[in-house]
Design a protein around this ligand. Structure first.
Ligand code: UDP
Length: 332
């Protein structure tokens, strides 16, 4: 039996499309709004796609009137940290102003619940790891600032208009749908795991390792890689938690385990059985040496626990996806 419609902004993107799949498996109908600038229409398989922008009030009015979604899961955003530094206007306009437009439409149509894609980039340089939700939030780039501003706007909209929110602060999303139906397909690709895989597949000559002189056991930076299906599941749990308790909150989503760039490269080599040529490169500005989540709060409150705990399993699902989509653009 259908549980109702959920508006998924950015449902044609990497994490959004995996969330749509989980929503459908849990009996919801995901209604995707995506401008297809970075998303792929072929990734929208579990409900209708409306091609449009969160910045367009008329499009939003049309969706809220015709579909009457009971809640919103909001992924739509530009996500290139480096570009946010060189072109902050683009990020504040799309991510922050776009979210404001979306929230105003929710207000007009009395849609009172939103799950928001936030990020560990709102914490900035970690003072202590693993990071808990109470860690100070001091972003170091416009991308992180925009996400933090949205968290603030959401909390103000709760106080004033009773629009309840849950912000989910992702660590490093990775992997692909274990059934191979959808996966990661960014243009340009900047993330470590897909780039290492593309190098193993000879689509790239070599992989740059950004920094080998960090204060970590092998000198390379450590991140918390969390499987995209585990992330997707957390959104449904957050939605049901919000429906039940009616209280806004925020949760970190990671595995609590860190892996170095070097360990990722070795894992890709093991899974692909191919040597990945690497070259030493300078540190990326603003990259902290270690970013690892404490997800205790999500475990305790949402009952969420990552199922794809092993880096090897995460890389295997990504590898399978890239092998079958080696051209690798499957859209738009
Ligand atoms: N990284 C790297 N080479 C690359 C891409 C990324 O060494 O070609 C490093 C990056 O500096 C970071 C880690 O891999 O320490 C994960 O980077 P990614 O861009 O995947 O995610 P981020 O942590 O920036 O969100």
């Amino acid at each position: 039996m259908s549980k109702g419609k959920i508006l998924v902004t950015g449902g044609a993107g990497y994490i959004g499309s995996h969330a749509c799949k989980e929503l459908a498996e849990c009996g919801y109908l995901p209604v995707t709004l995506d401008n297809l600038v970075y998303g792929h229409k072929q990734a929208v398989k579990w409900g209708p796609l409306i091609r449009g922008d969160i910045n367009e009030p008329q499009v939003l009015d049309f969706i809220f009137t015709s579909h009457q979604p009971e809640a919103v899961i909001h992924f739509a955003a530009y996500t290139y940290v480096g570009e946010s530094v060189t072109d902050p206007a683009k990020y504040y306009r799309n991510n922050v102003a776009g979210t404001l437009t979306l929230l105003e439409a929710m207000r007009r149509h009395s849609c009172q619940r939103i799950i928001f894609s936030s990020t560990c980039a709102t914490y900035g340089q970690p003072l202590k790891t693993p990071l808990t939700e109470s860690h100070p939030q001091n972003p170091i780039n416009p991308y992180g600032w925009g996400k933090l501003m949205i968290e603030q706007i959401l909390n103000d909209f709760d106080r004033a208009y009773e629009i309840k929110n849950i912000s989910l602060r992702y660590f490093n999303a990775a992997g692909a749908d274990p059934q191979g139906l959808i996966g990661e397909d960014h243009h340009p690709e900047t993330h470590l795991i897909p780039l290492a895989i593309m190098t193993a597949m000879k689509l790239k000559k070599e992989l740059s390792i950004f920094g080998q002189d960090y204060q970590t056991p092998d000198g390379t930076a450590i991140r918390d890689y969390i499987h995209v299906t585990d992330l997707a599941r957390a959104h449904i749990l957050a939605l049901e938690y919000l429906t039940k308790h009616g209280q806004s909150d925020c949760f970190n989503l990671g595995t609590g385990h860190g892996h170095s760039v070097q360990q990722v490269v070795e894992t890709v080599e093991r899974v692909s059985r191919v040597k990945v040529p690497v070259r030493a490169a300078a540190r990326r500005p603003g990259d902290p040496p270690v970013l690892v989540a404490s997800s205790r709060k999500a475990e305790d409150c949402l009952g969420w626990k990552p199922e794809f705990n092993e880096l090897e399993t995460i890389v295997k699902t990504a590898w399978e996806w890239h092998k079958t989509h080696s051209n690798p653009d499957y859209g738009p």
